[in-house]
Write a protein that binds this ligand. Structure first.
Ligand code: GLN
Length: 385
């Protein structure tokens, strides 16, 4: 078709196609094992699928209420009460979203204004900074400190100023697999206590945490919970990333602003899924049970990778593992990830893409949310590199 000839200045001039799309396409083009984009290659529970089918057959096919169906919001409220002792009102403080990314985007759009600064920590999930920029805000990127990828709270203290409107955190962390501790949360509490700073806490991997650690949700901390948007994802927990369904919690004043935006860009979310999820989640083992399964997969992949020249970094949560490849190559991670896909048949994600100013590190992210046979086949190839 003839292209648009008029002037068009991009609202996201630096953004290209996301690394997830690029690496998954490259994996498929070269028939490589895809450990790049984070999605499970095993099936959703057949019980959950049957529930969705049942809800569709029973006529649950029209618009859900704007904030999500009441039953699901009630289940979510009970869940967070039990796990984190937090009291959220399903009527005014919980909204079902079209996945975690939409929840993040809408939260930012609803409260960030022109010139507002938002502190985020690199490596940061790739949708954070563009969402801030589209809202007119200014992303202020600090770096997590390797090898543990922890937050330097003194640096945060020095960075906070009159224009700081929000701090974004993510635990368990994508892409590093690090987690925030209770001490981290207390530091955040201390720094924000006397301020109007908001927090956006991305906790989509809340149930994928290992080694006896407890998930330190902002919800456990009274000073944090009253200023926080907290984001979750059914896709991560129920191995159904393609369903694009999640939820967000916030005190009612914040949630009212969130819903003003949500009603105009999404309105409401897939109805039969919501009814099915509400039924399915009435048994809490459906979500608390995934931790052990993922811990075993992490350990299995680590054991298989032991003979390789890739060196693993600590991973206490999420379904991602970072590996250092400096013993193998001096190439840039973006080049090496491509070559690994094309020549060795395993796709991964180069970590530098999650940085504003990438340090010179040789790190790749591998997703271990895969069948044992997939992990085995991938490790066999990687051990030969
Ligand atoms: N969250 C997924 C990951 O980190 C990717 C989601 C997407 O492709 N946008 O790999």
């Amino acid at each position: 078709m003839p292209d648009f000839k008029g002037p068009l200045s991009s609202k996201l001039p630096r953004a290209g196609t996301t690394i997830f799309t690029i690496m998954s396409a490259l994996a498929s083009e070269h028939k490589a094992i895809n450990l790049s984009q984070g999605f499970p290659d095993f099936e959703v529970s057949s019980e959950l699928i049957n529930l969705v089918y049942e809800k569709m057959k029973n006529g649950q096919n029209q618009y859900a209420p704007m904030p999500g169906i009441q039953l699901l919001r009630e289940i979510i409220s009970k869940k967070v009460k039990k796990l984190y002792s937090a009291a959220y009102d399903p009527a005014t403080e919980i909204t079902v979203t079209a996945g975690g990314t939409q929840a993040i985007f809408t939260a930012i759009l609803s409260v960030i204004k022109e010139g507002d600064e938002v502190i985020l920590f690199d490596p940061a999930y790739d949708c954070y900074a563009p969402a801030i920029e589209l809202a007119g805000g200014i992303p202020v990127s600090l770096q997590l400190k390797p090898p543990s990828f922890s937050i330097d709270w003194n640096e945060v203290k020095r960075t906070i100023n009159q224009r700081t409107r929000m701090i974004m955190i993510n635990t368990p962390h994508n892409p590093t697999g690090s987690i925030l501790t209770a001490r981290d949360m207390m530091q955040l509490e201390k720094l924000t206590k006397q301020t109007d700073i908001l927090i956006l806490s991305d906790e989509v991997y809340e149930h994928i945490i290992f080694d006896g650690y407890e998930h330190q949700s902002v919800m456990r901390f009274p000073e944090l919970v009253k200023r926080s948007f907290v984001v979750f994802s059914f896709g991560k927990t129920f191995h159904a990333t393609g369903w694009k369904c999640g939820y967000i919690l916030a005190p009612s004043k914040l949630m009212a602003e969130f819903r003003k935006v949500h009603q105009f860009n999404v309105f409401s979310v897939n109805t039969p899924l919501q009814f099915a999820l509400a039924d399915f989640m009435s048994d809490e083992i459906t979500y608390t049970g995934i931790e052990a399964m993922y811990a075993r997969k992490r350990d299995y992949f680590l054991t298989l990778m032991k003979p390789s020249r890739f060196k693993p970094l600590d991973c206490h949560g999420s379904y991602f593992l970072l590996f250092d490849y400096s013993k193998i190559s001096n190439e840039k991670d973006t080049d090496f990830a491509k070559r690994l896909t094309v020549e060795h048949g395993v796709a991964s994600i180069p970590v530098s893409v999650f940085y504003k100013n990438p340090p010179d590190k040789k790190l790749l992210r591998f997703c271990f949310a895969k069948k044992d046979e997939t992990l085995k086949a991938a490790a066999e190839r990687l051990c030969k590199v």
